[in-house]
Structure formats: C-alpha cells, structure tokens
Design a protein around this ligand. Structure first.
Ligand code: FMN
Length: 155
C-alpha cells in the first residue's frame, strides 16, 4: 500500500500592488519578488503561479498545509501589496502547477488569456471568483508549457 501523503492545500488570493508606475522599475520589483519567492518556495516545496493584471496581483500557492500557511502569512505582511484577500483555501488531491514560482504579467504575450478571463473588472470591484483566477492560471501555464513543447504532458 502506498504511504498516505501529507495533506495538500491551495490558497488563491488577490491583492493591490504597491509597485512603481514606471514600467522598468516595476519589472525590477517583480523580478525581486520572484527571486525571493523562488528560493523560499523551493525550500518549502511550494508550487505557485502569480498573475499581475495592471495594479492587481492574484496568486495560487499549493503545497503541504503548514508550508502554505507559513508562506501565505509572510506574503500577507509584505508591504509591496495591500488589501490581501483570500478567495479560496482548501484541500486538493494533487498539485496543478509545476513551478516553484512563476509570474505572468499582463502584456502582449499574455493578452489573449487575460482578456478571455476578463478578471480585471472583478479585481477592481474586489469580487473575483476563485474559479476565474484558477482558470486563468491554468490557461497561462498551459500556454507556457506549449511554448516549451511539453503540452502533451498536460492534456
Ligand atoms: C505579490 C507577492 C507574491 C509573493 N509570493 C511569494 C511566494 O510565493 N513565496 C514566498 O516565499 N514569498 C513570496 N513573496 C515575498 C514574501 O512576501 C517575502 O518578502 C519573502 O518570502 C521573504 O520573506 P522574509 O523577508 O521574511 O525572508 C511574495 C510577495 C509579493 C508582494
């Protein structure tokens, strides 16, 4: 019999970013977040995808319950964003994301997926659905995988 796995959960949250309005500075700030997050998430065996749509962030974090909780507690205190709100926090049976940390900023390369998901109005109202954030994250990952020629693993 296979050993029981420790319990896996995911958190889906969104927030308002406190980043520079200068695109170059902002890209640097997002890269800084990525460097910190990547290292910590690898260590804690967290997988995650961060989406940035104008002034908003939405992120899915998955992993072992305590690791996800600790990670989220740190993120929630970060001054680089505010109004951090959880949409969904629940047990999952398997991971869906392959990267310790990946960020996708809305821009020409990702515009199709972001505009199809049409998350921005709900983010602005403060009422995005977990399923919409999740759907966009899955679509963005599938797109990235497909570009790397490994989409056959994710059908
Ligand atoms: C939008 C956003 C997403 C973040 N995502 C993560 C993440 O997935 N994992 C993580 O460890 N830190 C993440 N961080 C950074 C943490 O808030 C924190 O700065 C980092 O973990 C370092 O924590 P420390 O200063 O206590 O060492 C994120 C920050 C922001 C603003």
């Amino acid at each position: 019999m296979r050993a029981k796995r420790t319990s896996l959960v995911h958190i889906i949250y969104f927030s308002r970013l406190n980043l520079s309005s200068d695109p170059q500075l902002r890209a640097g700030q997002i890269a800084d977040i990525g460097r910190q997050a990547q290292k910590k998430n690898e260590f804690s065996v967290i997988t995650s995808l961060l989406m940035v749509d104008q002034g908003f962030a939405a992120q899915i974090i998955e992993g072992e319950r305590n690791s996800v909780q600790d990670t989220f507690n740190r993120i929630a205190e970060d001054q680089r964003h505010r109004d951090v709100q959880i949409c969904e926090w629940r047990e999952i049976t398997k991971r869906e994301f392959v990267n310790s940390f990946k960020s996708v900023v809305r821009g020409p390369a990702s515009e199709a997926a972001f505009s199809k998901a049409n998350l921005l109005p709900a983010l602005q109202r403060g009422t995005p659905k977990a399923s919409s954030i999740h759907g966009l994250a899955v679509a963005l990952q599938a797109e990235a995988m497909s570009k790397q020629g490994i989409d056959h693993l994710f059908v």
